[in-house]
Design a protein around this ligand. Structure first.
Ligand code: ZN
Length: 294
């Protein structure tokens, strides 16, 4: 038998927001993110691993800078992260010059947005929802926990932890021995629970930072459209983030029971200025193809 929470019962009974405004404890069901990382490693250790991971990742991916786009993305990430449940990590974001549609986060608060995803979004709230979701993964300690597991599985956790704060190249070599940073990131598979939690954490980050969290609904619509138009071609962001009815329903339900200010942000001039600046970026470098045999 399905067990409904009191809030679900009120929602299904059509009492939604009005009932909840009478019962303050029902207004918010923001999930509480875990406060400990697997193996109880400290934030400082997570940040050190994130830095080593970022160094390797940025050797493998074409990072691109732009004087309009970079400050715009940085400001958005700072605003969202400052309203998260883990505001004290050194969040930062870089743009990757590839048309592959993707965004990712790494331990310690590093975020990477692919140009292909920025080209795709049409309003600021879609972008804010995407980045809020990625920040949600950092807040929920999803990537660090998965990475710890990967090192453990290969009996490499001890040398990683022993050398995290040393400049001796040991951790870098271990990352390379496991296929490199991009491949390791691609192998991390978040559970559906992790994804649902990242959505909800992101939803509340957006709400507190002054954006309309219904941007998540628009973001799912965008992913849905992409899924239909991709004709089954493999898009990593879609395989990790399929726009499932459950994700959509969870956000819709949450949007019904919170109070969203009438002036919550959905779009901005700065967003469109940054989108325009994408046109002046150099073309993405062509992926390396193995030389043909004569
Ligand atoms: Zn995700």
């Amino acid at each position: 038998m399905a067990v409904w929470t009191r809030r679900e019962w009120l929602y299904k009974a059509g009492l939604g927001t009005a009932a909840c405004s009478l019962i303050p404890s029902l207004i918010s069901e923001e999930p509480r993110a875990a406060t400990h990382t697997r193996g109880n490693i400290s934030d400082q250790d997570e940040i050190a691993l994130g830095n080593k991971f970022a160094e390797q990742l940025e050797k493998e991916q074409p990072i691109v800078s732009n004087s309009i786009i970079d400050p715009y993305l940085t400001k958005m990430v700072q605003e969202l992260a400052s309203k998260s449940q883990r505001p004290n990590m050194p969040y930062h974001i870089k743009l990757v010059n590839t048309m592959e549609v993707n965004a990712s986060s790494i331990p310690g608060g590093g975020l990477y947005l692919n140009r292909g995803l920025f080209e795709l979004v049409t309003s600021e709230d879609q972008l804010a929802a995407t980045l809020a979701h990625e920040i949600g993964h950092v807040v929920g300690r999803h990537a660090i926990n998965q990475l710890m597991l990967s090192f453990e599985a290969k009996a490499l956790l001890k040398p990683v932890l022993d050398n995290l704060h040393k400049q001796n190249g040991v951790v870098e070599k271990i990352i390379l021995s496991m296929g490199g940073a991009v491949a390791m990131l691609a192998m991390l598979h978040f559970s559906r629970q992790d994804e649902a939690q990242a959505d909800m954490l992101g939803f509340y980050e957006m709400l507190r930072a002054g954006w309309d969290p219904r941007g998540f609904i628009k973001m799912f619509a965008m992913l849905d459209k992409l899924e239909k138009s991709s004709g089954g071609s493999h898009i990593r962001f879609l395989s990790d983030h399929p726009p499932t009815p459950e994700r959509l329903e969870a956000v819709r339900r949450e949007a019904h029971v919170v109070s969203i200010p009438a002036n919550a942000r959905t779009d901005s001039f700065a967003f469109h200025a940054a989108k325009t600046a994408l046109h002046v970026l150099p073309d993405p470098p062509k992926p390396h193809k193995p030389a043909k045999k004569q």
